[in-house]
Design a protein around this ligand. Structure first.
Ligand code: UD1
Ligand code: UDP
Length: 360
């Protein structure tokens, strides 16, 4: 059994790390194909270094571009590598253009596809990720659903039961494997002059939020209101997409402290000591839930409904007063929920399932 791991962006590197670690530890035959969708040091290499991942055997260096351009370049590059390497299985994680193109190229070559984090749905086709995740699920042979809820969604779409495996989400593995290391080795709070529980953490990068002037401006106004009411610093490690759009729209948030995107251990520290997190990121909604930190999601919907159900997260949308009200609400709640995303053994389970299947 030879496995190709295809990845291309920050969250894929972070969430595929436990699977790669498991393959590496078990002496399995595999290689990493990086699409190059993310290429800046602080969105890419820093995670390979910090999570101690082996270098990618291939990097397609596709870079940024329109959806069609980027997806097409990945398709062409992945097909070429797969024809040369002829692996038995391709593994992809999540919902980016790299994931869809990787899965599609493999599927057309009749190479089996395993989708890690299958069965997530926001039912919002404004999100490019919704198209990517739905199509990827439907051309996959192994669907690794993080929760029973995700499995039910896949069954509801007619995907056969025998292809679906509930494993938990690999983000729990990554968080558990790195939280203590983060606490021991990083001193991000001191560097940024922050005191535990005396600041808010923000991330914001979704295309439908930051590429839209009205929505982006409205969210920033809401965040300024939060800063004023609670009189606490708001730290925003800003994604390059958002930095670019903020400059293009000439938006100047008055109360936010913008910093460059930080490495994973530093980010874990920032998350775990925050009073509250406001975000439109998928992974950050999960991490807040795992770390016991309340989360306000700056979107109208989420493909992580488990976080709403356990009470770790709330959907605020993008209107300034709603952001403020929902922040108040979450700050007055008890943080006693149970993490619904598994016990930190998803990576192990995924590799075991693949290997047992290949042994017949
Ligand atoms: C992509 C994913 C998104 C994911 C996010 C993780 C798709 C459709 N979107 O969004 O689901 O949540 O990654 O962070 O696949 N840029 C850099 N350096 C880089 C990469 C990008 O400066 O290394 C800038 C470029 O200006 C680029 C912009 O960010 O145009 C957007 O990059 P892109 O890869 O298209 O999408 P993301 O917003 O990163
Ligand atoms: N993250 C990080 N540094 C940052 C911001 C985020 O390491 O400055 C990590 C975060 O811990 C999470 C992942 O990046 O694991 C989330 O990625 P992102 O929000 O870019 O994508 P999404 O999850 O929305 O697809």
């Amino acid at each position: 059994m030879r496995i190709a791991i295809i990845l291309g962006t920050r969250p894929e590197i972070i969430k595929m790390a436990p699977v790669i670690r498991e393959l590496e530890g078990g002496g399995r035959e595999y290689f990493i194909l990086h699409t190059g969708q993310h290429y800046s040091y602080n969105l890419d290499k820093v995670f390979f270094e910090q999570l101690k991942l082996p270098q990618a055997k291939y990097n397609l260096e596709v870079g940024s571009g329109s959806h069609a351009e980027q997806t097409a370049k990945i398709l062409i590059g992945v097909e070429r590598v797969l024809l040369e390497e002829n692996p038995d299985l391709v593994l992809v994680e999540g919902d980016t253009n790299s994931v869809l193109a990787g899965a599609l190229a493999a599927s057309k070559l009749h190479i089996k596809v395993g989708h890690v984090e299958a069965g997530l749905r926001s039912y919002d086709r404004q999100m490019p990720e919704e198209t990517n995740r739905t199509l990827t699920d439907h051309c996959s042979d192994y669907l690794f659903a993080p929760t029973e809820k995700a499995k039910a969604i896949l069954l509801g779409e007619g995907i056969p039961q025998e292809k679906i495996f509930v494993t938990g989400n690999t983000i729990v593995d990554t968080v558990y494997q790195n939280l203590e290391i983060a606490k021991e080795t990083e001193n991000t709070l001191n560097t940024l002059h922050l005191a535990p529980r005396e600041y808010f953490l923000v991330t914001l990068h979704r295309q439908e939020n930051v590429d839209n002037l009205a929505r982006f401006a409205s969210i920033l106004e809401g965040l300024d209101k939060v800063a004023i009411e609670f009189y606490l610093p708001i730290i925003y490690p800003i994604h390059p997409r958002s930095r670019k759009m903020m400059a293009e729209f000439d938006l100047q948030p008055k109360k936010l402290r913008l910093v460059e995107p930080v490495d994973f251990l530093s980010f874990l520290q920032l998350e775990s000591s925050a009073r509250l997190i406001l975000t439109d990121s998928g992974g950050v909604q999960e991490e807040a839930c795992i770390l016991g930190v309340p989360c306000v999601t700056l979107r109208d919907n989420t493909e992580r409904p488990e976080t709403l159900e356990v009470g770790s997260n709330i959907l605020a949308g993008v209107l300034p007063n709603r952001i403020l009200e929902h922040t108040r609400l979450m700050l007055n709640k008890e943080n006693n929920w149970v993490n619904p995303f598994g016990d930190g053994t998803a990576g192990k389970k995924i590799v075991k399932i693949i290997m047992e299947d290949s042994d017949g």
